[in-house]
Design a protein around this ligand. Structure first.
Ligand SMILES: Nc1ncnc2c1ncn2[C@@H]1O[C@H](COP(=O)(O)OP(=O)(O)OP(=O)(O)O)[C@@H](O)[C@H]1O
Length: 331
């Protein structure tokens, strides 16, 4: 597993009137090259903040208070203004949450595409820009002639989402981050978008990061998954392993929340309790108040993450060392 992005000990803080809010708290996370990685967790767990940091797009008054991010071996934090301009969109692009609404309502798609190109790259002629946009629109299964000449309000939600995916590919990035790419769409359109994303990933060899609270999305699309809880990545591993043999009690509960065709839905249980208040974190492991396996140590010490040679990682006192991760928890 060759890493494209390596996040180490990342801490991101937002100063609030009531105190310092740590949206990301000493988090470690790896995005392997050439894979689709999903970052999953309840609302407010820090997924978008982590992704914005990778994109070097933390909004003021947020700030990176510690840790490092490397992209293909380069230190992202120390990129200068010019390097940063090339980094964003040419190395990594992001389709933000509810991205359909990010389109300018009073400009045709063609003009918005040309403007995006011009903001980042001077080396294309207008014909080259439009030709490239045409290819990408065709790729996301839209009629280029119709879409290029449309205003956003003339397109459906699913079409606008596909336009945004095409936008994210304009400058041939290595990594595309998609924040809740299908949340606002109906089930059929969701399946269609995932089909397109998988094809793009395969044909263009693009690394992808999907941020989602929908565990069903993970099962459908990802190779690897990281689970975020209260600003930390508490477990990560191969998607099959994570569904078959989740280690962290929180992951186990999340995975059980996936609806199955054969199961009696009335027997499915949610996760009791709610995520901690980030301004008033409990001592020890942040999950201990909701954890059925919590013992004395969990209330006092935050667990240290352990890593197995096979690429599984977990932060939980049930697994004090890498060997213990291999054990199947039966209780
Ligand atoms: N600009 C900001 N100012 C203040 N707090 C913020 C800001 N951005 C994020 N936060 C806080 O940081 C925490 C993590 O938010 P974030 O959006 O990263 O979580 P998320 O897992 O992506 O959630 P969602 O799925 O709802 O987007 C939340 O408590 C949120 O309120």
């Amino acid at each position: 597993m060759e890493p494209l992005v390596e996040v180490r000990g990342l801490t991101i803080e937002f100063p609030m009137r009531a105190g310092l809010l740590r949206a990301v708290n000493e988090a470690d996370f790896v995005i392997p090259k050439g894979q689709i990685t999903a970052l999953v967790g309840e609302s407010g767990s820090g997924k978008s903040t982590m992704a914005s940091a990778i994109m070097r797009a933390i909004s003021v008054p947020g700030r990176v208070a510690g840790g490092s991010i490397t992209f293909d071996g380069r230190d992202v934090m120390s990129l200068g203004k010019k390097e940063l301009q090339a980094y964003k969109w040419e190395q990594v692009s992001m389709v933000f949450q509810a991205a359909q609404n990010a389109l300018n309502p009073v400009a045709r798609i063609k003009d918005q595409i040309i403007e995006t190109f011009r903001a980042h790259s001077k080396s294309y002629t207008e014909k080259q820009m439009v030709d490239k946009a045409r290819n990408l629109l065709d790729y996301v299964r839209l009629d280029p002639d119709r879409v290029l000449n449309s205003f956003p309000h003339e397109l459906s939600g699913g079409m606008k989402q596909r336009v945004m995916i095409a936008f994210s590919l304009l400058l041939d990035p290595q990594l595309v981050i998609l924040d809740e790419p299908t949340t606002a769409l109906d089930v059929i359109t969701q399946a269609y978008i995932f089909d397109i994303l998988k094809k793009i990933h395969k044909d263009m060899n693009i690394t992808m990061l999907l941020l989602t609270h929908d565990i069903g999305v993970v099962a459908k699309a990802a190779d690897r998954v990281g689970v975020m809880y209260a600003g930390n990545v508490v477990e990560a591993g191969d998607v099959y392993d994570m569904f078959k043999r989740p280690k962290h009690p929180y992951t186990a509960k999340l995975m059980k929340a996936v609806p199955s065709l054969y199961e009696d839905v009335s027997e499915r249980k949610g996760i009791p309790g709610s995520p901690p208040d980030l301004l008033n974190m409990p001592p020890g492991c942040p999950f201990h108040p909701r954890c059925e396996y919590a013992h004395a140590k969990c209330k006092e010490q935050n667990p240290i993450k352990v890593y197995t040679p096979a690429g599984h990682e977990v932060a939980c006192h049930l697994y004090p060392n890498p060997e213990s991760v291999a054990e199947v928890r039966t209780s």
